[in-house]
Write a protein that binds this ligand. Structure first.
Ligand SMILES: C[S@@+](CC[C@H](N)C(=O)[O-])C[C@H]1O[C@@H](n2cnc3c(N)ncnc32)[C@H](O)[C@@H]1O
Length: 249
């Protein structure tokens, strides 16, 4: 075993991934091409959103998600309000992205429960479609870590479901409609099972966000999200922040 392999394996167990930066101009890796994307636009709406920035300061050390994707989730809580229903996150880890969505919903006075679903023992269902994840990554968290963050943000609208979603906890998700579904599970099968389980409960105007879509090492999620593009009952957007966003028609 080389030093590089040992290091990668230690970091993987600690929940970190190390990838070579794509060559200047981009490069092909397997089925997909990767490049560092630096769009020319400079509008930064998160900087003038005081509520967001305040909540972000509290939540930022509990999340792996960057400010660009977090602010998009925050905005989608408002955008999907007219569709009606609850908000679900599968893949919570230490609660940062899920609690920020809950904070926005609470500030708006939205009549939505925010369901936070995680094994709290790491990634599951890694398989042939997945290039990096093997299972067990991101186990360095607990339900208590998330409750602590929720208390610091003053949340009163979250419910936490502990176990594999939907296999163990789907039946406890007592929501007749889901208007926003944030999927941050890293691997193909968990992403697919989540959509299969909840799609019929999503009203017109509801959105699904795949956090992992644009990231090397998450090709299983990229492949699954791409497979949904053929459907006639949704509109599909790839945001260069890494999200794939699907809006149900
Ligand atoms: C990258 S982390 C989530 C990051 C989080 N959204 C944040 O704000 O940083 C992925 C999480 O997905 C969870 N997970 C993966 N598949 C799952 C499944 N089928 N059911 C429940 N949790 C799952 C793992 O336990 C892990 O905590």
């Amino acid at each position: 075993m080389t030093l590089k392999t040992v290091l990668k394996s230690v970091l993987r167990r600690a929940g970190y991934a190390v990838y070579a930066i794509p060559k200047a101009g981009g490069e092909r890796r397997g089925d997909y091409a990767y490049a560092e994307a630096h769009p020319n636009a400079t509008l930064a709406p998160w900087l003038t959103d005081d509520d967001f920035m305040q909540a972000f300061e509290v939540a930022k050390s509990n999340t792996l998600v960057d400010i660009y994707r977090l602010h998009e989730l925050w905005s989608l809580v408002a955008e999907t309000d007219k569709a009606g229903g609850d908000i679900v996150e599968v893949g919570v880890w230490r609660g940062g992205s899920g609690c920020l969505m809950a904070k926005k919903a609470q500030l708006m006075g939205a009549n939505s429960t925010v369901w936070l679903c995680d094994t709290f023992s790491g990634v599951v269902k890694a398989g042939d479609q997945d290039s990096y994840y093997r299972g067990g990554e991101h186990s360095d968290t607990s339900e208590a870590v998330v409750s602590d963050l929720a208390a610091r943000l003053g949340l009163n609208n979250i419910k936490t479901l502990t176990g594999i979603f939907p296999d163990d906890t789907g039946a406890q998700l007592d929501a007749s409609a889901v208007r926003l579904l944030h999927i941050d599970v890293d691997v193909y099968q968990s992403a697919r099972d989540t959509v299969d389980y909840l799609w019929d409960r999503m009203p017109s105007g509801a959105a699904i966000v795949f956090d992992d879509y644009g990231f090397v090492g998450c090709e299983g999620v990229t492949r699954y999200a791409d497979s949904l593009r053929e459907r006639q009952d949704l509109t599909y957007l790839h945001n260069l922040n890494g999200h794939a966003v699907l809006v149900k028609r």
